[in-house]
Design a protein around this ligand. Structure first.
Ligand SMILES: Nc1ncnc2c1ncn2[C@@H]1O[C@H](COP(=O)(O)OP(=O)(O)O)[C@@H](O)[C@H]1O
Ligand SMILES: O=C(O)C1=C[C@@H](OP(=O)(O)O)[C@@H](O)[C@H](O)C1
Ligand SMILES: [Mg+2]
Length: 181
């Protein structure tokens, strides 16, 4: 599989709670790739949490940091990159994402909500109706997530390892092997 990918980066996109960070680490291990999470790069370099950045700088400033990180990351190869759920919002980000293979982890809202019900690290879900918020974000973002090269539909019983395996199995369907002359 690594030889078929030829070092091309894998970008995981999808909603908060879809499992991008969790599955991305497993995928990197399977592929012999490095792993990066855009949220972690941002929080490490800013020395502040995502909650702090949203509260102190605002979402627009966070989105700029996210674009800056993506622009830097795409200079490297052999990486699996877990993105933040909103990375798809800026058109300019797609010019970076399309340098690699983009995989959408599509997870039903009910499952996202179950996973994140106790979570306090996603500022956009600090809402009176977090499930409704997830539903409306997914509705707004679905046309953008749909621009991925690969869509992996996730069911409740599937473990992160199952999902990583499904991604690996699906890669050949979107990559043509190079014919040697
Ligand atoms: N396939 C899965 N099955 C059960 N729980 C999962 C699965 N994938 C992720 N999780 C859990 O859901 C939460 C959100 O996962 P995370 O990887 O942080 O998602 P994202 O980065 O897409 O927001 C974490 O608590 C994680 O352990
Ligand atoms: O969907 C979003 O807009 C966001 C998703 C988060 O990342 P995860 O998708 O890893 O939770 C994080 O970037 C921030 O809270 C905003
Ligand atoms: Mg994440």
């Amino acid at each position: 599989m690594s030889s078929l990918l030829q070092g091309v980066n894998l970008y995981l996109i999808g909603m908060m709670g879809a499992g991008k960070t969790t599955v991305g680490q497993l995928l990197a291990k399977h592929l012999g790739y490095g792993f990066l999470d855009t949220d972690s790069v941002i929080t490490q370099s800013a020395g502040r949490s995502i909650n702090q950045l949203f509260a102190e700088e605002g979402e627009a400033a966070f989105r700029q940091l996210e674009s800056d990180v993506l622009a830097q990351v795409c200079a490297y190869t052999r990486l699996t990159i877990a993105t933040g759920g909103g990375i798809i919002l800026r058109t300019e980000n797609w010019s970076y994402l399309h340098h690699g293979l983009v995989v959408w982890l599509d997870v039903p809202v009910e499952l996202l909500y179950t996973r994140l019900a106790e979570d306090t690290t996603r500022p956009l879900l600090q809402d009176a109706d977090p499930q409704g918020k997830l539903r409306s974000l997914l509705e707004q973002r679905t046309p953008l997530y749909s621009q991925a090269d690969l869509k992996i539909t996730v069911r409740e019983e599937q473990t992160p390892e199952d999902i990583a395996n499904r991604v690996i199995e699906a890669i050949p369907s979107v990559l043509k092997p190079q014919v040697s002359q």
